[in-house]
Ligand binder design. Structure first.
Ligand SMILES: NC(=O)c1ccc[n+]([C@@H]2O[C@H](COP(=O)([O-])OP(=O)(O)OC[C@H]3O[C@@H](n4cnc5c(N)ncnc54)[C@H](O)[C@@H]3O)[C@@H](O)[C@H]2O)c1
Length: 238
């Protein structure tokens, strides 16, 4: 699809990978709704978007709150309806992890990484059903993680399970009826070379330090998927 003049919604756009994705889409000519639970951070990203001479808006949205997600969907509709949705907000919940973690803590990780993208994608698909035919399938890119892959132990089982669920949700939505409305796709990055990862990696013993994926490699993959990706396509980046 043509990214120029498209309207994109990016969650968790206030920093980290989400900010990089918002700016990368703006560079390709998309107008971007920058959603983040941190309003000031979302404002900063919207400024960076507008510096690319495209429209940028910030929306305060905690994706674990159903009402916030519905308000975000309504805002996108007010702006004419989104053509691109990037479900980027995600992460693990600090503190004890499953099975030691209390229910509320691990449940929150599932809400953030799986239920939020599910609801936002549902709202997006319902909106597309109303406002356009199958000739221009829109794009959803889910940001998963390499935690979703493999058969060995992982320090945050709930994060791994949620991100694995997100990958399977993506492929399951590759059915023809959904694909006619939107191509739902995913990126599955290893550790991304964002400032926080550099710090966390430096704290590990040298032998345990994983390679870092350049943020530009992830944003390039997201932009490529939006432009040319197939429904159900999953891109692993290590
Ligand atoms: N950083 C990595 O190395 C890495 C690796 C693989 C996958 N990922 C995935 O990439 C995505 C982005 O990761 P990141 O490291 O850039 O994240 P981050 O922790 O740096 O957060 C980025 C932004 O998300 C916002 N955010 C957090 N919780 C939110 C919520 N509930 N609602 C709305 N906004 C919220 C934060 O305010 C922040 O502005 C996540 O889905 C993460 O799981 C990250």
């Amino acid at each position: 699809m043509e990214i120029r003049y498209a309207l994109a919604v990016v969650t968790g756009a206030g920093g980290g990978l989400g900010r990089e994705i918002a700016v990368a889409l703006a560079r390709r000519g998309a107008a971007v709704v920058c959603a983040d639970r941190d309003r000031a951070a979302a404002d900063e990203t919207a400024d960076l978007v507008r510096q690319r001479r495209v429209s940028g808006w910030s929306v305060a949205c905690d994706v674990t709150e159903e009402a916030d997600l519905r308000a975000l969907g309504a805002r996108a509709l007010d702006l004419g309806g989104a053509d691109v949705l990037v479900n980027n907000a995600g992460g693990w919940t600090p503190g004890e992890q499953y099975p030691a973690a209390p229910y509320d803590a691990w449940s929150r990780t599932l809400d953030l990484n799986l239920r939020a993208p599910m609801l936002l994608t549902q709202l997006f698909l319902a909106d597309l059903e109303r406002r356009r035919g199958p000739q221009r399938p829109a794009a959803v890119v889910n940001v998963s993680s390499s935690a979703a892959l493999g058969a060995e132990g992982y320090g945050s089982p709930e994060y791994a399970a949620a991100k694995a669920g997100l990958v399977r949700l993506t492929t399951a939505l590759g059915d023809p009826a959904t694909a006619a409305r939107a191509r739902v796709m995913a990126v599955v990055p290893g550790w991304i070379g964002l400032p926080r990862a550099h710090e966390e990696r430096a704290a590990l013993p040298p032998a345990d330090r994983p390679p870092l994926v350049p943020p530009e490699a992830v944003t390039r993959a997201v932009v490529q998927l939006v432009a040319y990706g197939r429904a159900g396509e999953v891109v692993e980046l290590f």
